[in-house]
Design a protein around this ligand. Sequence first.
Ligand SMILES: *Cc1c(COP(=O)(O)O)cnc(C)c1O
Length: 374
Amino acid sequence: MSSESRSRPAAGFPAQLVREDLRGFTGYSSARTSAPGVPARIWLNANESGAPSAADPGGTSRRYPDPQPPALVEAFADLWATTPDRMVVGRGSDEMIELLVRALCRPGGDGVVVSSPTFGMYAVSARLHGVPVTDVPQSDDGLTWRVDTQALARAAREAGARVVFVASPGNPTGTVVPLRELAALADELADQAVVVVDEAYGEFAEQRSAVALLEEHPTLVVLRTLSKAHGLAGARVGIALAHPDLALVLRRVQAPYPVPVPVARLALAALSEEALAATRERVNATLRRRDRLGRRLRELDGVRAVYASDANFLLVRHDDPDALLHTLASAGIVVRDMRHLPGLDDAVRITIGTDDEMTDLDSALDIPLGVTDR
Ligand SMILES: *Cc1c(COP(=O)(O)O)cnc(C)c1O
């Protein structure tokens, strides 16, 4: 077992984990990156419009943005008590997943490892890149799910994989993977693969963030997002936190201007003290509503399992998912049908909404299930 001991010397990122043909690659040289910090009065180097658009009279979006807006990067670094050089900001964690596969896996080769049921984008990014996916299914006891990190390590070795994706808390499982297992997995594979801990639901979990492990486990990467607890899914802001050497590689393989000006402003506003306090309150209220819904669902006829959740949703198994979905749909309520996933052919995932929405869900569920006409 690995440790989180304080005495270990700061380790470097093994350069051989980066795709060989990209090791010396410096990426696109944009107008912003090629003249950074030049004190100038007149900027005529990027073919932008000299005057603002009528749609943007203040001209705030007239110029190409900074590829990694410094104020935003610093605000994120403060939020997670780390340094700006570990940060990559972009269009949702979805883009970060894409960048990791791009930077670490040869097109059409190498491999990634996932643990189903899990977030679909890991396999999608791998597939679009021609990279084979190895699945090490999780096991469940009807209450929680277990990611077998030792089996993940063995599978990654066998497949020669370059990236292991673990969502913690998981989607749709809601279960966290213990930090010490994630640290041990990263150490075990340190000469071969990067271990990505996707914390899209981290704000809802009791376990502290794996960001705390980055310093001592250089091949660990943590993904965070403003899409879930922070309430900005439409803004598309995701962050990878990684060893500075890897963060640099990820920024170099990223599209030139990944953070649009209006998005950067919105994201920065979400990181103000007031906004963060409001987010914490929303999270607490969501947890209360989640636990209440969980208790209610467990008493409901036909419910086989309601999994423990460290996220803002519940995964529910039901005797007659068709009837359940139909009943909810007749009340205008849409939940996520999970039956397409292996091992979840009786399951739905219910996101925790507002108080009013949960009240409507409650009344819809009072309709006796299984007796609705279909
Ligand atoms: C929702 C979700 C994401 C997507 O995040 P974006 O930042 O919106 O791209 C990533 N990972 C998991 C596990 C998710 O459930």
